[in-house]
Each structure stands twice: as C-alpha cells, then as structure tokens.
Design a protein around this ligand. Structure first.
Ligand SMILES: Nc1ncnc2c1ncn2[C@@H]1O[C@H](COP(=O)(O)OP(=O)(O)O)[C@@H](O)[C@H]1O
Ligand SMILES: N[C@@H](CCC(=O)OP(=O)(O)O)C(=O)O
Length: 369
C-alpha cells in the first residue's frame, strides 16, 4: 500500500533511534535519511516523527539512569533535541535535502486555530520539498497533557496533513498475537483491520525501559489514522532498506488497513481531541438518535454530567454502560447542563432564564467514534 501512497508519515521510535536508551544511533539515522531521500525521488512527500531527545540529552549530560522527575526529563529533552535536529540536518544534507524542526504539544492540536496553523506550515514545507521532523515539545508539557508516546503524535500528524499512510518503525518485525519478548509462541500478523477490537488485547505495553507506548499505542494510532483513511504499517526499522522496499510494493511488517468510514476534516479534529473537559451520560434513546439517525444531542437525553466544563469545550458522550460513543463541543457549561439535563428543550428558557441553542451539542460539532 505504500506503493500507491503519495504522502507518508514515518515514525521512528525511541528503541530504534537510541543506542540502548543512551545517545543517538547516528548510523541508523543516516540510513533512514538515505531511504527517505529515495522515497522523495519516487515522488513521495514524507514527514518524519522522531523520538530520541531524552536519550540524547541524557548522553550529553552524562546521566546514566533515565530520570523519573518530569522537570529532569524536560531538561534532558531540551538538551537532546539539539542533537536530534543536528543529526538529522546533517544526514539529510548529504542527500541535498533541507529539514525543518517542528515541536508540537497537545494544546497546539486541540486549539482549532493553532491546529490549522500547524497544518498550513507543514503543507508549505512539503510544497518546498523540505523534510519536516516532528517531536513532542517535551520541555513545556506537563504529565496530564503529554502525548507521552510518539505513536499518538504520529497518528494525529497523519490526520492533520491527510497523509495516505503511516509507517511506524520499531524494534519488532510487526504486530504479533502477543508480546514476542514474553511469549515465544506469539504468531506474526501480516494483515489486519485497524479497527479490529481484538488487536488491543493482543498488543502489550513496552517491552523495554526505552520505549513509551508499546504495541498498544501503535494499535490505537492505527485506528486513529484510519479515521482519515490512512493505512498503517508497523515494521522493523532494522530491516534493510525497509522504507524503499515497502514503497516498491514489497510486503514487510504488519499492515493495519483503514476499513472504517472516513470522518470529515473538522470531525476528525474533534475525534482526535485528546483531553475532554467532562463527560455526559446519555440514555439509550439519545445514543440511538446520535448513532443511527445522525441527530444532534438534546438535553432530554442526558442522565448524568461529570466535570466542570465551559460552553464550547469538548466533552465525551457515554452510553448508559459508560462506553464513549461520541465527542463534541457543548453549548452549555457544566452547571447549566446539570440544570437542563433530562428536560425538553422548550424548558431551557424557564430553567436558565435564557436560551442559547435548543441542542446541547449540535451534530455539526459532534464526532461519532
Ligand atoms: N503483540 C505484540 N507484538 C509485538 N510487540 C509487542 C506486542 N506487545 C507488546 N510488544 C512490545 O512492544 C515493543 C515496541 O514498543 P516500544 O517499546 O514502545 O517501541 P518504540 O520505541 O519503537 O515505540 C516491543 O519491543 C515489544 O516488546
Ligand atoms: N518525545 C520523547 C519520546 C517519547 C517516546 O519515547 O515515544 P516512543 O518512541 O513512541 O516510545 C523523546 O524525544 O525523547
């Protein structure tokens, strides 16, 4: 599927980029740069999402043990990101390609205006033939709002630029029925549907102290990417010429096919909103109205509210059993929602003294998951 893909996001994980978690594997970086240069010659646009800042920072600061305190991790990332950017700039320069560093936070992608700005900058860089190199802006994010693993970031970037494919390079040949480090009977999966709920049970967490999300975050990333129609490949970054061979049509790694309906761009952004400010639980009638009839959510269908959100913020819509079915921008704040829940919209004015909208969440501001 990489053969047909025109715009590709390639993610290289911490376990590959670093030498046992310490410093950068410069030879590996230079090898991927060479492969990406070949993809460019095949007419493809490539965005690289690379981890490695913390490991390189530890090396530069002579720290042997990965710190656990967030402020130390952030300091290491700030030091190490210099090395990461330098190493890629030098490697791509050997192939006469310019690079651009883009450091993103969750806030950059959940604010609609900043999201659109990030998108136009990336599109401009691609038009200029530059290779954007993306990492999380570790230095400014706190625990609660971190992507943490770069798989999530890579999936969000895939959706942001409407890439055709996401290639996640890691230290395993692909996805197995269970963690091959722990289970020698684990069987390799060459093709699956990205939306198959069984995958999450097979995918485990990290197998080493170096990576962050394990296979779990890769499987979730593939499902996210599928919402914009992108297929995902998980493959070993140590496989010789892996990117070039994939682009020639060879079958390497696990293909996670995008088999779910594609969401429109704005709904895509809503679905990718990582942090919601609250939850509202719906009765079964409201769940059906949303899912089967594509209706807006009215206050009468709400049974419970958690959180302290403001008007216009993102909330999660839950089934009576607590499963999230949709995410949307709400028209009333948490206190108002608590007052009008379970009531017909005609009573909103009597209860609140004013009425903004008859809908609690308009269907244009609602993304079904
Ligand atoms: N079902 C599975 N198939 C393959 N690998 C798995 C599976 N479950 C867990 N893993 C683990 O996921 C690890 C890769 O994830 P991670 O360490 O986060 O790498 P990266 O830094 O490349 O993101 C593998 O080393 C492996 O031990
Ligand atoms: N942003 C961090 C990397 C986060 C991380 O470890 O992600 P991953 O490669 O998905 O395990 C860094 O550059 O060190």
């Amino acid at each position: 599927m990489l053969k047909e893909a025109h715009r590709i996001v390639v993610k290289v994980g911490s376990t590959l980029v670093t030498n046992q978690g310490k410093g950068l594997d410069h030879a590996a970086l230079s090898d991927w740069a060479g492969q990406i240069a070949k993809l460019k010659h095949l007419g493809k646009e490539v965005v690289l999402v690379s981890s490695g800042a913390i490991a390189e920072g530890m090396q530069r600061l002579n720290w042997n043990v990965r710190p656990t305190a967030l402020y130390e991790l952030q300091a290491a990332a700030a030091v190490g990101q210099m090395g990461l950017a330098q190493a890629y700039a030098a490697s791509f320069c050997d192939h006469e390609l310019n690079t651009a560093q883009i450091l993103l936070t969750h806030g950059d992608l959940s604010n609609r205006e900043r999201y659109l700005n990030a998108r136009s900058t990336l599109m401009t860089l691609l038009k200029l033939g530059v290779i954007p190199i993306i990492n999380e802006n570790d230095t400014v994010v706190t625990d609660e709002i971190r992507f943490g693993d770069n798989d999530t970031l890579a999936a969000l970037v895939t959706n942001l630029i409407e890439a055709d494919a996401l290639v996640i390079l890691t230290d395993q040949a692909g996805l197995y029925t269970s963690d091959p480090r722990k289970n020698h009977d684990a069987m390799f999966l060459s093709e699956v549907s990205a939306a198959d709920p069984a995958l999450l049970k097979m995918a485990g967490g990290v197998g080493s102290s170096i990576g962050s999300g394990g296979m779990q975050s890769k499987v979730v990333a593939a499902k996210r990417a599928a919402r914009s129609g992108a297929h995902t490949i998980i493959a070993s970054g140590r496989e010789t010429e892996v990117l070039v061979r994939l682009a020639r049509g060879e079958s390497i790694g696990t293909r996670l096919l995008a088999t779910i309906p594609v969401l429109a761009a704005r709904k895509q952004w809503l679905a990718d909103y990582l942090q919601v400010s609250g939850t509202i639980t719906l009765d079964q009638g409201a769940v059906n109205a949303l899912i089967m009839d594509g209706k807006s959510l009215l206050p009468i269908g709400v049974t419970h509210v958690t959180g302290n959100f403001e008007r216009g913020e993102a909330v999660a819509c839950l089934t009576p059993e607590g499963r999230e079915v949709a995410r949307g921008l709400i028209n009333y704040n948490a206190a108002e929602t608590r007052k009008i829940m379970g009531k017909a919209s005609t009573y909103i004015e009597t209860i609140l003294g004013y009425v903004d909208e008859a809908e609690l969440i308009h269907r244009n501001n609602l993304a079904l998951l």
